[in-house]
Every structure is written in C-alpha cells, then in structure tokens.
Ligand binder design. Structure first.
Ligand SMILES: Nc1ncnc2c1ncn2[C@@H]1O[C@H](COP(=O)(O)OP(=O)(O)OP(=O)(O)O)[C@@H](O)[C@H]1O
Length: 530
C-alpha cells in the first residue's frame, strides 16, 4: 500500500508549481500496467539537467527578489543566501567590536601613559604620544636619519613630555595650544615637526614662520633650528634689521623665517614679504605676543599667512584663559596640551622670599649674599632700564664681573652681553624683562628678583631662566613694604610648585593682579657726577 507522507508537510505551504521539476522527480511513476517504475540513471540525469536549468533560473529570480520576497515555500536558496548574509553581518559586527575594543585599549594605554608623564590633553581624536625614544619618530612617521642623528648628537636620550605629545599632534596636521613649564623643551617640540613636515629645502617662498616676542629669543630659536637641521639643507632665516629693511624675499630663498612680529609686519608692509604659502605658524611665548602693543602686529602676520591649510600653534609656560579664548577664535579643531599644572613654575627651582624693608636694604642684602655665597652665573632682574643702569653702576666696581642688558643698548651690545654671560665671562647679568622669557642660558644657578616682578606670569618666566632641562636652580625674590599687597600672587605659584611659604603670606587678601610697578626710590648711592 502506498504510504501517504502528506502529514509531514502539514502546515508547510509547498509550492508545487515553482518546484515542478523536483516534484516530478520524486513523484512515484507507474506504467500502464500499474507497476511502479524505478527511475533510470539517464532519465535521472536528464531530469537533473532540466531541473538544474530550471533551478538556476529560479535561483536568479530568487536572488533578485531575496530582500523583497515574502517568505514563501521550502526555499533552500533563499535560506542559504540569508545565512551567508547573516554570517557577513555577524563577521563585520565582530570585526567592528574588535576594532572598538582595540581602539579603547589604545586610548586606555595612551591615557595611562599621559597620566604617568603629567600630560593633560583635550580635543577631538588626539594622536598617541611618543611612548619610547626619539626612534619612534622613524617607525611612526618615517623621520629622516639626519634629525635622529642631531637629536642624539645633542645628547637627548628621550623626548620631554611636551615633545612626546606636541610632536605627534603637529605631525598629524592639528593646530595646538601648548603650555609646559619653563626649560621643558618646547622649542624642539615645534621645530622638530616643522623640519619633518617641510622635508627639504625649496626655493618656493616662506613655508614656516616662528614669531618670538624679543630679538634675543628669535636669534636663539634660529640657532636651535640650525642645530637640529644640521646635515640637511634648509633655508633658515633670522629676520635681522638689515633683512627687514632691504631684503627682497621673492628672490631670497627662505623655508623657515624666525622673527619678532614687528619686523615681519614691517617687511609685509614694504611688500617685500609674501606669506601666502606658509604651512606652519608658531607663536612662541604666545601670551606675551597677545599683549597690547604686540597683538596688532601679530594679527597682521596671522592675516598675511593666508594659506587655508596652515597649521598654527601656540606655545608658552603661561597661558591665561583670556589668551586661550582669543586664540580659539582663529584656530580650527585645536588640541590643548598642558604639562603639569597650567601656569606653574618648574619644580626643580628652590624658591625663596626675602624681606629687605626698603630700597636701601636691597643693596645691602645683595652684597651680603654675594659675600657669603656667590654661585655664578647669576641673573638679576630689575623693573626697568633706568634701574638696570643704576644697579650696574653700583656693582661694576665690585668684584663680581657684572654686566647689563636692556632695550637702550644696540643690537650688537645686547648680543655681546648675552654671549659673555653664556660663555662665563660675566658672572652676574643685570637685566630687564627683555631676557625674562625663553632665553636658555644653560646652567644659571640663581635668579634674583632684585625688583619684585609685575605679574605672576613674569615671576614664572624670570625664575625659569634657572632649573632648566631637569637641572636644579634657585630663585630669590626681594620684597619691600610696597610689594606686600602683591606677595600672595607669587606665594601661590611657590606653593603650587611645592615650596614653603609663611602662613601669613598665604592668608593675605587675594589681590586681583594689576601690573605691579610701584614708583621705587633710586638705587644709586653715589651723587650723579661721581
Ligand atoms: N629631549 C630633551 N632632552 C634633554 N634636553 C632637552 C630636550 N629637549 C630640549 N632640551 C634642552 O632643554 C633646554 C630647554 O629647552 P627650551 O629652551 O626649548 O625650553 P622651553 O620649554 O622653551 O623654555 P621656556 O619656557 O623658558 O622658553 C635646552 O637647553 C634644550 O637644549
């Protein structure tokens, strides 16, 4: 008796029309005598071919309709297709998940590393810091050998924290605000990526501009640039008075131009300088450059650097909120990098406050301290050039090999004062704030604030001339009655960098800092005609 298997398919809508060939194959055939025929191999083959052709047509149709067709019948093709598709979706989801996991693992690793090196960042999609030696610049950014050789030649074993983060940020074409302590290697943090990005010399106009607030700092930065590019031809130009007045930059090859803003603005005005191809603009000591008097000149330079893909960056040891806000108006998608605590002094400097009563007391305290322990080189800051001259006149006959630097001296006199101090010929350099920022006099043992600084920022920069590149340093600040109301601001900087301050000073009323430049009595103890 022929068995009825129809119950197996109950509830399933088998589409006999669509699967007619398959259906025919499995349909029990009877001959005319009613005897059941076994399907022959040939017939089976034929049937298979026919069924195959039909199935292929069907498959094509199904493939087209796979998304829109409602589930219908016993559809093996559709199911396998769906399965394959699901597998692809699963696999790509898995891959996405893995990629996400890997990304988060990387972020975590970077954050741990940053925490260890006191690097604080904010911004979108920040490149990983350099985690190893400078050699990582080769593996990650294909850095040329000359640069690695020069870094090694300078004796640098590994990047400083600001270099670890700022170099990858600038290499990835991102703009940045960077605030790191004095003497922490900010100069190479911007010079290194600029050299890497420019690759080699081109006689195609100025491609990088570095603005510094003083001529001395511009000259020093140009020297550092040349040190780092040794062995590679680059046109690195310091904008001297001579160049400002007479150079025709359309004929003068210049890859990197280093200058004060005034001189660049002067050259632009004379139509001798085209900055439309500049790819990098660095504002070093940016908070100083944003001060009244300089900001207009800086603005002229920023406007002249009209290349839409320019990368601008700001570097300083002090970065007031107001400057950041102002800078944000010109920057795109900038990364903010802070090393340690914002606006703080280097922790390697031992800081001391000494009450000297009056102006007279200062000279006495100074001579006493020199007699007890003069540990040159000593850099001594006064409030203005008149006082610098007066103090020099008082000390020039003492046995301390003193010299002086201020804005009234000629460029050559200033250069020689710096050179003599660097070389050790001068033991005590009396200075105005003209050398308070950025100057890298290696090995300054002591900074004396003969006159109290006019702001917390000025204090941080002045004392930062010692204790550089991890070395120890000392800072002594004299104060008189006139300075007492402003003591708290300096005391805050001192406590933030771990120095002890008498409790009565920290409990003084907080003074909203205005420039503290009191009228001081003359330093001179001798009548003028002497
Ligand atoms: N990776 C490094 N390892 C050791 N020394 C370094 C490294 N990078 C720079 N220096 C040295 O550190 C000193 C200070 O560097 P730099 O003048 O760039 O400091 P800075 O952060 O710009 O200071 P300032 O805020 O006073 O301008 C320099 O003598 C420089 O040669």
């Amino acid at each position: 008796m022929e068995k009825d298997f129809s119950f197996l398919f109950s509830g399933i809508n088998f589409n006999r029309k669509k699967f007619s060939s398959d259906f025919a194959r499995f349909k029990v055939k009877k001959n005319k005598d009613g005897i059941v025929e076994k399907p022959s191999l040939i017939e089976n083959g034929k049937n298979t071919t026919e069924a195959g052709t039909e199935a292929r047509v069907e498959k094509k149709r199904k493939r087209k309709a796979i998304v829109s067709d409602p589930v219908e019948g016993f559809n093996v093709f559709k199911r396998s297709k769906l399965k394959a598709e699901n597998e692809i979706v699963d696999r790509s989801e898995e891959e996405n998940l893995l990629r996400k996991k890997e990304y988060h693992r990387l972020l975590e690793r970077d954050n741990l590393f940053r925490k260890k090196h006191n690097i604080h960042v904010s911004g979108r999609n920040i490149p990983s810091p350099l985690q190893k030696s400078f050699a990582e610049l080769r593996s990650r950014y294909n850095c040329k050998s000359y640069l690695l050789r020069n870094l090694a030649g300078l004796g640098f074993e590994e990047p400083t924290p600001i270099q670890r983060q700022a170099i990858p940020v600038m290499l990835s074409g991102r703009e940045c605000f960077a605030c790191a302590p004095t003497g922490s290697g900010k100069t190479f943090a911007f010079v290194c990526p600029i050299l890497m990005k420019l690759q080699h010399a081109l006689k195609d106009g100025v491609r990088a501009v570095i603005l510094c607030p003083t001529r001395e700092l511009a000259a020093q930065t140009a020297r550092e640039c040349k040190k780092l590019s040794k062995g590679k031809k680059f046109y690195i130009k310091l904008m001297t008075k001579q160049l400002t007045k007479s150079a025709d930059f359309s004929k003068l090859p210049c890859d990197i131009l280093i200058s004060t803003p005034f001189r660049v603005q002067f050259a632009i005005r004379n139509r001798k300088l085209d900055l439309s191809k500049v790819e990098f603009l660095v504002l070093d000591e940016s908070d100083k450059l944003f001060e009244l008097g300089l900001v207009e000149q800086v603005d002229a330079v920023v406007k002249a650097c009209s290349n839409p893909s320019i990368v601008r960056s700001l570097f300083s040891a002090t970065l007031p909120d107001a400057v950041e806000e102002l800078a944000r108006t010109i920057m795109h998608d900038a990364v903010r990098i802070i090393i340690g605590r914002k606006n703080s002094a280097s922790e390697t400097i031992k800081q001391k406050l000494i009450f000297v009563g009056s102006e007279e007391g200062k000279l006495l305290a100074l001579r006493q301290s020199f007699a007890e322990s003069l540990n040159p080189p000593v850099l001594m800051f006064v409030q203005n050039k008149e006082r610098a001259k007066e103090l020099y006149d008082e000390l020039k006959y003492d046995d301390v090999r003193a010299d002086v630097i201020h804005a009234d001296l000629s460029e050559i006199q200033r250069e020689s004062a710096v050179e003599n101090f660097r070389s050790g010929k001068t033991w005590v350099l009396i200075a105005t704030d003209v050398v308070a920022r950025g100057m890298d006099f290696k090995g300054v043992n002591c900074v004396i604030n003969y006159d109290f600084p006019d702001s917390a920022a000025a204090y941080i920069h002045r004392i930062g001339r010692s204790g550089r590149a991890g070395r120890r340093g000392e800072a002594i600040t004299f104060y008189t009655e006139a300075d007492v109301p402003f003591l708290r601001n300096v005391a805050n900087v001192m406590t933030a960098s771990g120095c002890e301050v008498p409790a009565w000073i920290t409990s003084l009323q907080k003074k909203k800092w205005r420039r503290h430049r009191p009228q001081r009595e003359s330093i001179a103890t001798k009548p003028e005609d002497e």
